[in-house]
Design a protein around this ligand. Structure first.
Ligand SMILES: CC(C)(COP(=O)(O)OP(=O)(O)OC[C@H]1O[C@@H](n2cnc3c(N)ncnc32)[C@H](O)[C@@H]1OP(=O)(O)O)[C@@H](O)C(=O)NCCC(=O)NCCS
Length: 182
């Protein structure tokens, strides 16, 4: 991917490099805290190592792309990630067809750089990667509590196709004992 200058702020979108990994881990931590909505936390060293390895692997895998947004002072101000997920058709009539989907994950733009079109610029590269990999469908997950994500993705045509639900075990047990399953 060639470096592409941004119109408004001259931020560049480029593939991530090994040297970017520590900053990208920082973005993933901020994203996790954003989704949690909680107080700042210190990441376990073991988890930090896992994230470093996860990103390093992604950089060398042809089915994965990590892009970063780089400001004119070389500071990284955003990241985006996509990987190609392959599945075989399960029905006899589908034969040996392989289906490919682009799974989008780990989108982050630093707060002071938001609303400048940086996310859109990164997403264009992720979409181009999906197209060049013959992945005709894009899939992603976001928390229902993440209202900006919901607004952003629905504007882009993403529709809810499933729901992940959670309940406390003891509550489900109570409901069952009260006949809530009838
Ligand atoms: C969501 C996020 C990535 C958007 O980044 P951004 O660089 O500000 O987005 P852009 O400037 O490229 O805007 C893209 C579109 O999303 C919409 N959008 C962006 N932020 C929005 C918000 N807070 N509420 C509603 N819509 C929003 C814009 O309307 C824009 O469309 P438009 O250009 O037609 O107006 C950024 O707010 C972010 O990093 N949030 C925290 C991380 C996060 O929630 N990631 C989960 C996946 S999105």
């Amino acid at each position: 991917m060639a470096r592409k200058p941004r119109k408004k702020d001259q931020t560049f979108i480029r593939p991530a490099e090994q040297a970017d990994i520590p900053v990208l881990v920082g973005f993933l931590v901020k994203l996790a805290l954003h989704v949690d909505g909680g107080e700042p936390q210190i990441l376990k060293r073991r988890e930090k190592r896992r994230l470093m390895e996860y990103l390093a692997t992604a950089l060398t895998d042809n089915d994965k792309l990590v892009v970063v947004a780089e400001a004119p002072d070389s500071k990284l101000v955003g990241m985006g990630y996509i990987y190609i997920w392959r599945s075989q058709g399960i029905w006899e009539h589908a034969g040996d067809l392989e289906f490919k989907s682009g799974i989008i994950d780990n989108i982050w733009v630093e707060p002071e750089y938001r609303k400048l079109g940086i996310f859109s610029a990164m997403l264009r590269e992720l979409v181009a990667f999906a197209e060049s990999s013959a992945a005709h469908e894009l899939i992603l997950e976001y928390s229902v509590a993440n209202k900006e994500a919901e607004a952003t993705w629905s504007r882009l045509g993403f529709k809810t196709t499933g729901v992940r639900a959670a309940a406390f075990t003891h509550l489900v047990k109570d409901r069952l004992s009260q006949g809530g399953d009838k």
